[in-house]
Ligand binder design. Structure first.
Ligand code: NI
Length: 167
C-alpha cells in the first residue's frame, strides 16, 4: 500500500480525461487500494484516479463514519437520475473550499467492481452526490466549475497563494 500524491486545483492535470479500464488486473486493484489508503489518510470520502494523476476511469468512495464501507467503482456511469439535492461540497483537490452544488438526488449507477464483475445499483443522498462528484473528475471537471466566476477566482487565488507559501 502507498499514499499517493493528490493534485491540487488549479493544476492543469486535473483537466485530463480518464480512459476506460480495459481489464481489472492486479495493477488496477493495487491502484484502487492505494487510492483508498490515500483517501482515508487525507481524510476524505471520495477520490478519483485523475486526482492522483492516473488517467483511468476508477473512483473510490467511503461515506461511512468509521472507514468500514469502501466502494471501488471501475468505469462508473450514471444511467438514470432524478430529483435534485443541494449539498455543500468539498474536494481533496480543492483544500479548504466548501460551496453548495446542486446535483441529482437519486441515481442508478453501472460499474465494474474490484473482482471485475459488472454491477448496477441505486444510490441516493450523500452517496449519489459523491458518485456524481467523482465521475466529474474522470471527465476533467471540478465542483468549482459549477460556481460563479467570482467564487471560482477567489478559491483559485487563495490556493495559488497557499501553494507559493509552501515552496
Ligand atoms: Ni473531488
Amino acid at each position: 500500500m502507498a499514499i499517493l500524491n493528490i493534485l491540487h486545483y488549479p493544476d492543469p492535470r486535473l483537466r485530463n480525461k480518464a480512459l476506460p479500464v480495459e481489464a481489472v488486473t492486479d495493477d488496477i486493484r493495487q491502484l484502487a487500494d492505494d487510492m483508498l489508503e490515500t483517501m482515508y489518510e487525507a481524510p476524505g470520502i471520495g477520490l478519483a484516479a485523475i486526482q492522483v494523476n492516473v488517467q483511468k476511469r476508477l473512483i473510490v468512495i467511503d461515506i461511512s463514519e468509521d472507514k468500514s464501507d469502501p466502494l471501488i467503482l471501475i468505469n462508473p456511469e450514471v444511467i438514470a437520475a432524478e430529483g435534485e439535492r443541494e449539498f455543500e461540497e468539498g474536494c481533496l483537490s480543492v483544500p479548504e473550499a466548501y460551496e453548495a452544488v446542486t446535483r441529482a438526488d437519486r441515481i442508478k449507477v453501472k460499474a465494474i467492481n474490484r473482482d471485475g464483475d459488472n454491477m448496477e445499483f441505486d444510490a441516493e443522498g450523500l452517496l449519489a452526490t459523491c458518485i456524481q462528484h467523482e465521475i466529474d473528475h474522470l471527465d476533467g471537471k471540478l465542483f468549482v466549475d459549477y460556481l460563479s466566476n467570482l467564487k471560482r477566482q477567489r478559491i483559485r487565488k487563495k490556493l495559488e497563494k497557499h501553494q507559493k507559501q509552501k515552496l
